[in-house]
Design a protein around this ligand. Sequence first.
Ligand code: MN
Length: 233
Amino acid sequence: MQRRNFLTLVGTILAAAPVWANVYNSRVISPKAGELAFPELPYPYDALEPYIDARTMELHYDKHHRGYFNNFKAAVKDTPLADQDIETIFSKVSAHSSAVRNNGGGYYNHKLFWENMGPAKTSPSAKLARAIDRGFGSFDKFKETFSGAARSHFGSGWAWLVAGAGGKLFVSSTPNQDNPLMDVAAQKGTPLLALDVWEHAYYLHYQNRRAEYVDNFWNIVNWDVVSKRFELV
Ligand code: MN
């Protein structure tokens, strides 16, 4: 079978797999860091057009994400960290090298980010919708809080919807490739929704218009995945 046909077949199988398969892979199995494989993109490069263009997606996944992954694997190779799952590594990341922190975060954050987007129109589960109303007053207020965090984060980083203690939801942002699972995070919890606000995530299509990129993100959030993550908290 030609490589292209094989990749199409893999993509078809992944698209047909239940949504929880991705969530399960990322949050429950938690393989040892030394055994991690580079994750498949859950959809073709052009699936999120026109909101995220195919060229940006290809570079972002195949160059940036793959680079973080390869560098993380190299950083843990032949060290005790190779036998730990990545959540455990993040929980003590201040004790590890910047290569582990930056590349481990880069690997993990992008995996979450790809999974919490998709071309299909979805909406939060009833349980997640109730938690959003409790945490922010309304869905629109949540969106404005999250968009504000994403727009105003200075420099490279991420915006997050996070489940904290008791499942209480909050919005935060982190610098560089940090995330809310890391001991260095100002506000810690389980990430439910991630948005990459590094310029490499939007500059080809949006140039300096980060706000437009953030507004368009709401068209491609995969609420099925976000709702499943909340179920697992
Ligand atoms: Mn990125």
